[in-house]
Design a protein around this ligand. Structure first.
Ligand SMILES: Nc1nc2c(ncn2[C@@H]2O[C@H](COP(=O)(O)OP(=O)(O)OP(=O)(O)O)[C@@H](O)[C@H]2O)c(=O)[nH]1
Ligand SMILES: [Mg+2]
Length: 403
């Protein structure tokens, strides 16, 4: 991408973007020279012309997509997870999670600040609903005169630190994590168009995290009646979405984009993230779904290979699946028809209920104490090999989601 200030104007991105070009001249150190002879360090995609973080060319990357109906808790979950991952990975797993693209990650870092970095613990805070277009998307003209909307991912690097048992292999073990958070409306049947291919990342995704919200289901709401004062259970204007239909729509888009037959199960892992467990968690008996299932003591030589207790996570998953089979059987059937490997994880992004103030759902900053938000990610990272270990006290069960 050009660097000289006279070179604004690009046919794909418009007048406010610096011109993209295929370089033919270079500095002795290998930097491309633009038309005005300025050395350029930023890279852009030859197809959509959007800038590409250099780290994506240097390390392997994995895409994880967060999907679900509007208001199911995707953005709160992602914000709580990214904030707590930065800490859990550093403290318990000797892994550093850093913003690979600070400009592209601006929204999520702002969201983390809004929920977790308030001076006044009594302040009522909230996250805006994810917009269907705007700052979190890029508009490009792939065909002259036709604007196409592309969502922007959040990019993080995950790298072993000096204490990690495999610190010497840090260069090759470093991975880039690409996370997509769409507006729920993008997943509703009929919402995708050629000019708004906002969910194409799904087919490239390694793990589709479907956020299932029990408070949007009438049968869960009936079961929870009287046991919680969460306004989401009593709100009269609640729009109960068919979450199974949205899951099937997501699966059919993935099959279409990946060129798979309509009855083939997806190769990606499906993680059903069952949100807002502070409201319904008591329906999963005899399990601790608040404290993280991690086992992380330093080894005798002082190095660390943090482990996740997979037995516990899979036992909770099996119990939660049974509960959902009983209450929302069409959803569990849709999930097992969609993917070979399905893991159910209960999470609460806030650990407390919001209260309604001036038409907005807000939570007291000091009350936010998330439950299990990092588990879907750490379980996924443990599949990558060599960066996170796992604890098993028995043979993996037949339903294990390991590769
Ligand atoms: N009780 C409880 N409420 C939650 C939790 N997480 C989110 N909420 C509430 O759920 C509502 C929707 O959360 P969002 O994260 O904005 O939902 P979303 O899926 O991103 O919605 P869209 O951006 O519209 O697709 C908010 O009013 C939150 O207060 C939770 O862990 N517990
Ligand atoms: Mg959102």
């Amino acid at each position: 991408m050009s660097a000289h200030p006279d070179l604004f104007g690009d046919p794909v991105l418009g007048e406010d973007a610096l011109a993209r070009f295929l370089p033919t001249r270079f500095t002795p150190s290998g930097e491309a020279l633009d038309r005005r002879g300025s050395a350029c360090s930023d890279l852009a995609c030859p197809n959509c012309h959007l800038s590409i973080a250099r780290v994506l060319l240097e390390h392997a990357y994995r895409i994880l997509s967060i999907v679900g109906t509007p208001g199911c808790g995707k953005s709160y979950f992602l914000t709580s997870a990214s904030w707590h991952l930065r800490h859990a990975l550093a403290k318990q797993f000797a892994l550093a999670m850093a913003d690979a693209d600070p400009v592209g990650n601006a929204t999520i870092t702002l969201h983390e600040q809004q929920l977790f970095l308030q001076d006044d613990p009594g302040k009522l805070v909230y996250l805006e609903k994810t917009q269907l277009e705007g700052a979190h998307y890029d508009s490009v003209q792939l065909e002259p005169g036709q604007s196409t909307l592309l969502p922007r991912p959040y990019l993080f690097t995950i790298r072993p630190t000096k204490q990690h048992v495999n610190a010497r292999g840090a260069g090759i073990l470093t991975e880039v994590l690409c996370l997509y958070d769409n507006a729920g409306e993008h997943f509703l049947p009929g919402s995708e168009s050629v000019l708004s291919p906002t969910t194409r990342h799904l087919a490239q995704s390694r793990n589709v995290m479907f956020v299932f919200d029990p408070t949007q289901d009438v049968r869960f709401r009936a079961r929870l009646k009287g046991s919680s004062h969460d306004p989401q259970l009593i709100k009269k204007d609640a729009r109960p979405y068919r979450q199974d239909t949205v899951l099937l729509e997501v699966a059919s888009r993935i099959r279409r984009d990946a060129g798979l037959p309509s009855d083939e199960k997806l190769k990606q892992v499906l993680t059903v993230v069952v949100s807002k467990s502070d409201i319904w968690g008591r329906l999963v008996p005899d399990e601790d779904i608040r404290t993280d299932p991690y086992l992380c003591e330093p080894r005798p030589d002082g190095t660390v290979l943090g482990r996740i207790d997979k037995d516990r996570v899979e036992r909770v998953s099996a119990k939660l699946e049974r509960l959902m089979q009983e209450i929302v059987p069409e959803f569990t059937t849709a999930a097992s028809d969609t993917a070979e490997r399905v893991l159910y994880v209960p999470v609460s992004a806030t650990g407390c209920s919001p209260s309604e103030e001036a038409g907005m759902m807000k939570v007291r900053a000091g009350d936010i104490k998330p439950w299990w938000v990092t588990v879907p990610f750490i379980y996924e990272f443990s599949r990558w090999g060599k960066i996170i270990g796992s604890q098993r006290s028995r043979e993996p069960s037949a339903k294990s989601t390991e590769e």
